[in-house]
Structure formats: C-alpha cells, structure tokens
Write a protein that binds this ligand. Structure first.
Ligand SMILES: *Cc1c(COP(=O)(O)O)cnc(C)c1O
Length: 228
C-alpha cells in the first residue's frame, strides 16, 4: 500500500477515490462513469456507517448470512447493496430480497430461482477466467447461453460481465479477455455494456480496460479481521 499521507479509514477512502479518478482521466474516461463499490465482508456495520458518513453509498458483500444481517442493521441508510460472492441456488431468492445488484450469476439454476420471486434486481454474469471449472463464474464458452437465459427473466436487468483476474495472469491481459467476451454479448444484449472488474490490487488496469464497477476491499477498509 502507498504510505504517503495518513492511514485512517478516511485517508484510505479519499486516497483510493482520487486514484480511481486519476486512472480514469489517464485513460481518457470520465470518473463519473465508474462506480466504486466498497467490499466490507468480515468488517462490522460500524465501518459501513463511517463510510456512509464520508459519502459512500455502494457496498459489496460475499456471503448471504453476513449480508442479510448488515442490510437489516442499516435500513436507516440509503445504501446500494451489491452481492458478489459465490451464490448457492437455495439462497438466491433470499439474496434478491435485499441485493440491488448481483454480480455472481454463473448458472441457469440461479436464474430459475430469481424468476420465482418478485423483486427487481440488476445482474452481472460472472466469467471464470481460470482453467478450473470449480471456481466461481461460467466458463467463457458458456457466456452467451447464459445471457440468452437471463434475458428471459423479466425481474432481471442484465448490466454486463463480472470477472476476477486470475493470480497467474497479468490483470491487464485478463481484463482484455473480458472486453473481448463483451463483444459476443452485445449483439444479444446491446444495453449490457457494464464491466464489473478491478479490486484493490488491479483497479488501475481495470479502469484502463474499461471497467465501470470496481469492487475494492482492503485498499480502503484495511486488512480484513478474519477469513480470506
Ligand atoms: C473480496 C473480494 C473483492 C475485494 O478484494 P480486495 O482485494 O480486498 O479489494 C472483490 N471482488 C470479489 C469477488 C471479492 O471476493
């Protein structure tokens, strides 16, 4: 982490936002096109409240139990909730009751469950950029079939593609693969232009590649108290 200026939550928050804006301008982009989601998994609700007081509205969580509890404790705040973790089919309907955006759609069974509830949700299809089909995300060759299925569910608005850059690949190269996949999606879903990619270690590369939604945890929150 860059050690210049202070290291309170507020310092880190403002530093990352200015790095995001700087990276956008360097890439010839308007910083306003980019939504920075703060990933608060494993952190307490008090941290969400502090960030809200600093102006943050978009928050990301990975696990249903934790996310639903945090949502219930913050109904007095005007927050936008993003769910980005691997999603079990039997939790999908419950997640749709509080998540405004689900970034981890990776199979048809989730769509079937989401079709069987009434709340409107924006969704991203998560692409698995590794060679391991056991990881989260649909393999690239399965993306277009999943797009077609998503478009049949009236409760869902497809925003675009989501991905995590693999450990063993240059992030810029990984993100270019997502951008190339979007070219296959757009003829089917012309409005699905968004790209959810970029985390603490690679958001600058993601912005250069065209990311519209960054999911940033530790660079803002500091290290997570436990877990991954
Ligand atoms: C935890 C997580 C993030 C945030 O990771 P950091 O490296 O802490 O910024 C982003 N996306 C997903 C899918 C995650 O699980």
């Amino acid at each position: 982490m860059a050690a210049h200026s202070g290291d309170t939550l507020e310092d880190r928050y403002h530093r990352v936002l200015s790095e995001v804006a700087g990276a956008a301008r360097s890439a010839g982009r308007d910083p306003k096109e980019i939504t920075t989601i703060v990933v608060t998994k494993f952190h307490p609700v008090s941290l969400i409240r502090q960030l809200h007081a600093l102006g943050q509205r978009d928050f990301g969580e990975n696990r249903h139990q934790e996310a639903v509890a945090k949502h219930q404790e913050t109904t007095d705040l005007d927050l936008v909730w993003h769910f980005q973790g691997q999603l079990q089919s039997n939790k999908a309907k419950a997640v749709a009751q509080y998540a405004d955006v689900i970034h981890s759609i990776d199979r048809e069974s989730l769509l079937t469950k989401l079709a069987d509830q009434d709340r409107h949700v924006d969704v991203f299809i998560e692409v698995n950029l590794t060679d391991d089909p056991g990881r989260g995300g649909v393999m690239p060759e399965g993306v277009t079939a999943l797009v077609e299925k998503t478009l049949t569910v009236p409760q869902l608005t497809l925003r675009g593609l989501m991905a995590v850059a693999p450990q063993d690949e240059q992030p810029a190269h990984a993100f270019e693969r997502v951008v190339a996949l979007r070219e296959k999606v757009l003829p089917l879903a012309p409005h699905a232009t968004d790209l959810s990619m970029g985390m603490s270690g690679d958001f600058v590369e993601a912005i250069s590649a065209g990311a519209t939604h960054l999911r940033i945890g530790t660079a803002i929150t500091g290290n997570r108290p436990s877990g991954d």
